[in-house]
Design a protein around this ligand. Sequence first.
Ligand code: ADP
Ligand code: MG
Length: 327
Amino acid sequence: ERTINRIAAGEVVERPASAVKELVENSIDAGATRIDVVVWDGGRDLIQVTDDGCGMSADELTLAVERHATSKLTDEDLVNIGSLGFRGEALASIGSVAKLSILSRAGDSEEAWIVRVEGGKKQPPEPAAFGGGTRIEVRDLFYATPARLKFLKTARTEYGQISDTLKRLAMAHPEVSFSLSDGTRTTFKAPHVAGLEADPRLERLSVVLGRDFRENAVEIKADREGLQLTGFAGLPTFSRGNAQHQYLFVNGRPVKDKLLSGAVRGAYQDYLARDRYPLLALFLDVPPAFVDVNVHPAKAEVRFRDAGLVRGLIVSALRHALADAGH
Ligand code: ADP
Ligand code: MG
């Protein structure tokens, strides 16, 4: 049983950044308004995620580390591109390849509990002290799967991936405050967006993409055949020498798709030299049936039923916005 768990775990948790993604998504699902991540040695020594979400009781903690245990409804109407197919598997998977501890106190309880799992061996919950919410620690990731450990890149590279993953989640969730620390200093901080902000999303994008994004971006708003596109796109004058800062979110979830860079290239071709790339973040909302979730979920890839339609929508929305801005 443990061997099977470890094989499956490799599918969900490929590297430290995938563990961070699963843990932070759980915190968001738990209604957290604040999520703090601490990472040592690129996630190999420690990944710690602390949230102020709903927390778990002792019984819920026991369940949380069981395979296929989920407290979430599998609602067919919800397109969970990022986690569908791995429902209730993240914590069990992490617990089978690392030393996992979950410290938690449910909102309506006086007592906190901690549960530990090491290489798939689950200990019963023990009483603990904790203010509220949940703190999950993953130590010695992949110690139980040396082959997987061998494939990890340098701590610096893994940390970069974690940072990128967290920034994408922060862009999709302006209502939550995030921080990332390497144990010595805080390298990323996205504070609460005050209720007074006219546009929380633009404010959050500016935190991630740079303060001057706000003054150098145009708003994108377009729809076609049931697809809705919103977001902000940087002016051609506000470009970079690489395509690293082009972000796409589908139904609220960060995805990586080649379609985006192609569409952006098409829309900006008259304005930009070939080695320049605009900064942008686009949010596409589509009916569930429009996306194929059979693509490997942990890799954040999607397949659209009609990629041409999506591409056309993005290209024309960007062209119009740039033309309106006087380009
Ligand atoms: P899934 O998210 O697909 O349900 P997971 O293995 O990621 O599966 O988590 C299992 C369960 O543990 C969740 O359904 C949830 O009930 C609980 N859980 C995990 N993380 C948290 C958290 N940070 N706060 C509260 N509950 C959590
Ligand atoms: Mg989960």
